[in-house]
Design a protein around this ligand. Sequence first.
Ligand code: GDP
Length: 363
Amino acid sequence: MGLEVGIVGLPNVGKSTLFQALTKAHAEIANYPFCTIEPNIGIVPVKDDRMTRLVQLVEPDKVVPSTLRVVDIAGLVKGASKGEGLGNQFLSHIRQIDAIIHLVRCFEDENVSHVSGALSPLDDLEVIKTELILADLDQVERKLERTIKQAKGDKTAAESIPVLQKLLDTLAKGELAQAIQLNEQEKLLIRDLNLITMKPYLYVGNVSETMLTEDEGHFLKLKELAEKEGIQVVKICAKIEAELAEMDAEEATLFMQDLGIEESGLDQLARAGYHLLDQITYFTAGKQEVRAWNIMRGTQAPKAAGKIHSDFEKGFIRAVVYHYDDINQLGSEAAVKDAGRLRMEGKDYVVQDGDVIHFRFNV
Ligand code: GDP
């Protein structure tokens, strides 16, 4: 299973609206190899201009973009951390995902009620973060109790006590678990806890239709917070995304021109999520298919090959590699080869963003 980001937010912030747009958008892609999986999972293609250019140059029969899985995590309300009703379901869902998208309401609409009465993105975020911190705190407390009992005869358990204690103190102060610095060994000791506030996150401000081109009002506050924290922030209007998802590509482009935006919110969101998960792209490009593959930054060639098929990893011999910039500049793979820019790389090679690769393997 691929990496997943989860959408989290208070009721009535626009989660369902955005999610409908997400699930519709992917159904429109030609040659799409995935069908709808579960109702709460959307698969979003990650737009990449380099793909467009590769397709122009190679003219393949089939084009497959890389994708991001987005999960709708319903059920976050004040008190969710206590695990009552929907809360339980919420907690088990959110522990499974790799990164969090905080959807924050920035749109004014008298007809859509707000849980706490007044619209205030920063207060909303506080409510949510507090619930997540409380949920982690509960988890760490219970783990610490168990570990202290085990520690008598178990060295690993004994080692994890100070780490758990550090976590407990941080969470109890109302800070995210990721606020503390842990070394690799410490991280390993607490990995099975799947702490929610350890996961990377970003903010999405759901703004009114009229606010898309300006950074003002409620969104501005969110943006300022994001800048202060060094967190990515994306501005969307869920209502417009839902409309865009119903249109064909040409109509959508015209509509976006009218609105004065260059790129849909979903495309920006997919890219931001990709970045958040530290994913990079390599390509395979042949007459049959041009395809983008996402891997974690720092992945070595055999593992990257394993994305395509496990045989590619097991029987890996070498990778024949050039860079997108080479073919972009020279116009064809043959020209890249003639220019001496085709390289043979072995199993220690760390795949770079924009590499175009043919794998050689035997089974
Ligand atoms: P959820 O509870 O977070 O899933 O929120 P919904 O997606 O159900 O949205 C709650 C209400 O807000 C619905 O009536 C939506 O039509 C409305 N809504 C969602 N996004 C927008 C938006 O961008 N602008 C406006 N004006 N209304 C929106």
